[in-house]
Design a protein around this ligand. Structure first.
Ligand code: FAD
Length: 192
């Protein structure tokens, strides 16, 4: 993991309430600092944020590369006897009474004693066949990268990973990557 520190910004009327974060982190004993807009800009003068914005800073936050993690998970699964079927969508699940019938896009069917669904935003598509539904809110998010006029200004001092919630806007800056901002564009599921 590359430790960058992490800063979540909540503008007024944020779509995701700040308390969702603070209550969880407090309950789990995760250390964080709560900063107002002027404190955020004093500590990281590279950023201009609207008055009324609240920042939550976690000094030990960082970036874990999901490609390395997924590769390791796949390798370990195979080493423990799993058979991976890549590029094979699951078209449907049916409860047979003695197990779950898994219908694959390849036309094959697998009868399983247990099924673990890790389909994130698409979970309810698969649960439907079992007559089940989870209360998920699905959001579509856009990733966009922006050049900054003076990259050195973002690398001269530790700059945290930055997450602007509430406007579906996330900006990531680290000493390793220089500066970039991303607007999310992917499906994400939030349990409520
Ligand atoms: C733009 C963006 C930025 C994010 N940044 C961060 C971040 O910095 N840090 C962080 O911790 N989290 C971040 N998240 C959240 C994080 O990406 C998700 O929480 C995480 O990817 C969820 O992992 P998952 O394995 O549960 O689901 P996913 O990674 O969404 O994987 C689900 C998989 O299931 C597959 N699938 C769906 N239906 C079927 C089917 N019927 N058959 C077969 N396969 C199927 C999909 O193709 C997909 O590959 C971000 C999310 C978004 C959208």
């Amino acid at each position: 993991m590359t430790q960058t520190g992490g800063l979540d910004l909540f503008p007024p009327r944020a779509a995701i309430p700040e308390i969702d974060y603070t209550a969880s982190m407090t309950a789990e004993g995760v250390p964080f600092e709560r900063l107002d807009a002027s404190e955020v800009m004093a500590r990281w003068p590279q950023w201009r944020v609207d008055a009324g914005t609240v920042g939550l800073f976690q000094a030990d936050a960082g970036i874990a590369d999901p490609f390395l993690g997924n590769t390791a998970h796949r390798r370990l699964a195979v080493e423990h006897g799993a058979r991976l079927r890549e590029q094979t969508p699951v078209d449907g699940l049916t409860d047979t009474g003695s197990g779950i019938r898994v219908r694959l896009g390849s036309g094959d069917e697998v009868l399983a004693g247990k099924v673990v669904i890790a389909a994130d935003a698409w979970t309810n598509d698969l649960l439907g066949g079992l007559g089940l539904r989870l209360p998920l809110t699905i959001t579509q998010e856009q990733v966009t990268y922006f050049d900054v006029p003076d990259p050195a200004a973002f690398c001269s001092a530790p700059v945290p990973d930055l997450d602007l919630d509430g406007r579906s806007f996330r900006s990531t800056v680290s000493r390793r990557t220089g500066s970039r901002a991303q607007r999310r564009h992917r499906m994400s599921a939030v349990g409520r």
